[in-house]
Ligand binder design. Structure first.
Ligand SMILES: [Cu+2]
Length: 161
């Protein structure tokens, strides 16, 4: 009984997700949350995006690339403070341990959108597809918002600690 229902469930999922040849349970278990980017100024050609990837599979995953119709080139960068100066460098991939997560956030790892085609405006969304080594890809929408306006519904911490 239970097995039968589970099989039907898998069939339904298979009918909706049109990812070819991929172990579906894996791609379904990569969850991307809190995807957002700051608005850009008029004429600004680069922007940074942030998100959190939860790897709910039982094996390590690698985020190896990203694409978007909104920019010519997408890269992964990591930034750090070196002697009080923010430096960023390109990284080819991010490893995400089994059951772990990858967090891209201001001041650290981020998605770099280069050759932005249109101004990012608050309230809009920017589509991005994330590509993983397993063959899985996950579509996300970056919500355009200001990082420092914590009064909006950004799901941030509400404490005043
Ligand atoms: Cu960067």
């Amino acid at each position: 009984m239970f097995l039968k229902n589970a099989a039907i469930g898998l069939l339904l999922v298979g009918g909706v997700v049109s990812v070819p040849q991929i172990v579906r349970s894996d791609s379904a278990s990569l969850q991307v949350k809190d995807a957002w980017a700051n608005p850009t100024a008029s004429g600004q050609s680069v922007a940074a995006g942030y998100f959190v990837v939860h790897n709910r599979t039982n094996r390590a995953e690698v985020l190896r690339g990203a694409s978007s119709p909104a920019a010519q080139n997408l890269q992964f960068h990591t930034s750090s403070l070196v002697g009080g100066v923010a430096r960023m460098r390109k990284v080819e991939r991010f490893n995400i341990p089994a059951g772990g997560q990858l967090k891209l956030a201001p001041g650290g790892n981020h998605l770099m959108l280069i050759g932005v085609k249109q101004q990012f405006k608050v309230g809009e969304t920017v589509p991005v597809t994330l590509h993983f080594n397993s063959g899985a890809s996950v579509k996300v929408k970056l919500e355009i918002k200001n990082a420092d306006k914590s009064s909006s519904s950004n799901g941030g911490h509400h404490g005043h600690h």
